[in-house]
Design a protein around this ligand. Structure first.
Ligand SMILES: [Mn+2]
Length: 273
């Protein structure tokens, strides 16, 4: 690996360590390519919901170990809780060396007062299925393919054709509406509270844009996720950039050894390092 890129801050969210979809190897590669002064983990980093399934490959553990090593070497890490790691919420505001656990935080970036939180607080107010926002292209293709065979079967049975893709298209429309509603809700709330900028995660939709609210314009940023988009927000001291991990470097299959250990064993292993 060549020179590490020095950056002041990086925001990551929705890594979902402990789930099959998490691109931990790619994330570790990315983390090793940068030298950040401060790392902001904006929720759903460790997927504690899925912890009981005992899926925690070595590559996922390596990410945690690497982050802890960075903290020991002086990198400031702010861990903001999300809904998949909400178990940590009751420990919020605790500090362990350079690691700070928070439910939300307000930071200054070049004179811009920035409110950072995960974003699941809007789930109850936005009326749309959460999973729709994560509908990937591959599942659409799969449904078209499936639809083809369903219709062949229906034809054999002498029944009418059925359009699954129509259902999907409507769902995608709903997903797009959900994303728009979420971004607007975050912008509106942040602006009404007097912030100049808001950074969220949660919807797995990377973004950097200005949103017009009833109180004026506000800068809305979202760091995306490490399931589908493999993105991060980087602050170089002057401006924000949305980093996207190069697709060519993505390994599709996980050839990982599974670590078969209970959460408490894993924790003990981590602490003993
Ligand atoms: Mn979330």
């Amino acid at each position: 690996m060549g020179e590490k890129r020095s950056i002041q801050a990086v925001v990551l969210s929705d890594i979902h360590l402990g789930t099959f979809g998490c691109h931990a190897k790619e994330l570790l590669k990315y983390l090793k390519s940068i030298r950040p002064e401060r790392i902001i983990l904006n929720g759903d980093i460790i997927d504690i919901w899925n912890f009981k399934k005992r899926y925690f490959p070595k590559s996922h553990l390596k990410v945690l170990k690497y982050l802890i090593t960075l903290a020991q070497k002086g990198t400031e890490i702010i861990y903001i809780t999300g809904n998949h790691d909400e178990l940590l919420r009751r420990f919020a505001d605790s500090d362990m060396g350079n690691i700070h656990l928070r439910n939300q935080i307000v930071l200054d970036f070049g004179g811009t007062k920035t409110w950072i939180f995960h974003g699941d607080i809007f789930d109850a107010s936005i009326q749309n299925a959460r999973w729709l926002a994560n509908l990937g292209g591959w599942s659409y293709d799969l449904l078209i393919w499936l639809n083809h065979y369903i219709n062949r079967l229906l034809a054999v049975l002498g029944r009418e054709k059925y359009s699954l893709s129509k259902v999907i298209k409507d769902s995608v429309k709903k997903a797009v509406k959900y994303i728009g509603d979420f971004e607007f809700a975050a912008a509106e709330m942040a602006k009404s509270k007097g912030y100049d900028q808001v950074i969220c995660g949660h919807i797995h939709q990377p973004q950097m844009r200005t949103i017009e609210t009833s109180h004026g314009p506000i800068s809305y940023l979202n760091s995306g996720d490490w399931i589908e988009n493999l993105t991060a927000l980087e602050w170089d001291g002057t401006q924000w950039t949305l980093y996207t991990y190069p697709l060519a470097d993505t390994s599709e299959e996980e050839s990982d050894e599974k670590v078969d250990a209970s959460p408490s064993q894993l924790l003990a292993q981590l602490l003993s390092e």
